[in-house]
Design a protein around this ligand. Structure first.
Ligand code: FE2
Length: 198
């Protein structure tokens, strides 16, 4: 599997590229900024972008969605609760997702985990031993719950779901806000105040 973490824009956003080496099919996660740079990375690996996965609809994660969707003729995936915000971006092909859905990128299986709290339609994407956590879980911290649609109590329930995952699963957040760009569920359970306890 090809997996790239790309720092984009001025808000320390992380975009991701997931690629299947066999079929060369790929997905881009959260193309918030610098779409030229994202397309360049895909090209370097000779990948065809088939899908764009959004962790939620906030502009710093979704600004570049139309540019990439149009350039690659890709399908945009968004949780059903945030469909309307993405519709405004005049995307041709949108698919809504919900908890436990599975999406295939070549031979790679990606599972959707609905983790509301930062926004009502926030999701994490679980693939093999990795989870892309958007603005739900950062290294050593979590996403804001005080913005419109945010809810601290619902966030606590979502974090409980993430705590149940295997400690060895690698955590890839939506922003570079911690002491390192990625960690593991086990690391977060030790070093992230919000992930302590049961
Ligand atoms: Fe956000």
């Amino acid at each position: 599997m090809i997996f790239e973490q790309i720092l984009v824009g001025l808000m320390q956003n992380f975009c991701y590229i997931i690629g299947d080496e066999g079929s060369k099919d790929a997905a881009v996660v959260d193309p918030g900024w610098e779409t030229g740079k994202i397309l360049e990375v895909a090209k370097r690996h000779d990948l065809n972008i088939k899908a764009i996965f959004l962790t939620h609809a906030h502009p710093d994660h979704a600004n570049g969605v139309k540019a990439i969707a149009d350039a690659a003729n890709a399908i945009v995936y968004i949780h059903e609760k945030e469909l309307n915000e993405i519709k405004k971006r005049e995307i041709n092909k949108i698919k809504t997702i919900k908890d436990n859905d599975e999406i295939s990128i070549g031979r790679i299986k990606v599972k959707v985990i609905h983790t509301p709290g930062h926004t009502p339609g926030s999701v994490c994407y679980l693939l093999n031993n990795k989870i892309i956590t958007g603005d739900t879980l950062f290294v050593e911290s979590i996403g804001r719950v005080d913005l419109p649609g945010g809810d601290a109590r619902i966030m606590a329930e979502s974090l409980k779901k993430l705590k149940k995952l295997d400690d060895r699963i690698k955590v890839y957040p939506g922003h570079d806000y911690g002491s390192k760009p990625n960690s593991t569920i086990g690391y977060e359970k030790k070093h992230n105040y919000h992930m302590r306890g049961n």
